[in-house]
Design a protein around this ligand. Structure first.
Ligand code: GLN
Length: 188
């Protein structure tokens, strides 16, 4: 049998348990990451949603900011995680976000996303979500809401403004695990 992929889930604040459950369901092995040394030997990393200011502060406190910047495997950021990875924060992604972009009235909502894959639309949960405001040339937009990018890929990075760990649709995590397999294949 194929060895399960070991995927770190940054576990300082936010929805890390739900991501871990989703990974387990897809046959990967989740590893909660609270210290830099715990990134060792992982095949990929998820930075979950929550509160980006809190996540950023806690990462700096534990030295996880430098460690994640040095981590050279695929990374998947959701919601606050997408904010943490952008140009203005860790600088791993060549994009800039607008926090709480959908405004107070529609702070939390669900929307059907067309992934352009010919499959059924994906029901996505947005919770005080950011959107992507500006992207560099290496960023591929995979889905939008009202013309605002909410899912994007840049090489080994995948970022989502919504919460794929909160629904039963496993497609976005599968997309990330495929990115992880691709990267591992290139190294082998
Ligand atoms: N509004 C939060 C922030 O700006 C993100 C919300 C979320 O991750 N669900 O950090």
């Amino acid at each position: 049998m194929e060895k399960p992929l070991r995927i770190g889930v940054l576990a300082v604040q936010g929805n890390f348990r739900e991501h871990a459950a989703m990974l387990r369901r897809l046959g990967a092995e989740p590893v909660e990451v609270r210290l830099p040394g715990e990134l060792e030997g992982l095949d990929g990393l998820i930075v979950p949603g929550g509160e980006s200011t809190a996540i950023g502060r806690l990462m700096a406190l534990y030295g996880l900011d430098d460690a994640v910047q040095a981590f050279d495997r695929p990374i998947f950021g959701t919601c606050a995680g997408m904010i943490v990875l952008d140009r203005d924060h860790l600088g791993l992604g060549d994009y800039r976000v607008r926090r709480n972009a959908f405004g107070r009235q529609v702070a939390s909502f669900e929307a059907d996303l067309d992934l352009g894959d010919g499959e059924a639309p994906l029901r996505a949960v947005f919770i005080r979500a950011p959107w992507i405001e500006e992207v560099g040339p290496g960023v591929e937009i995979l889905a939008e809401v009202d013309g605002h990018p909410v899912l994007a890929r840049q090489g080994r990075l995948l970022v989502a403004a919504f919460h794929p760990e909160l629904t039963d649709d496993t497609r976005i995590h599968e997309l990330f695990l495929n990115q992880v397999r691709e990267a591992a294949g290139v190294r082998a």
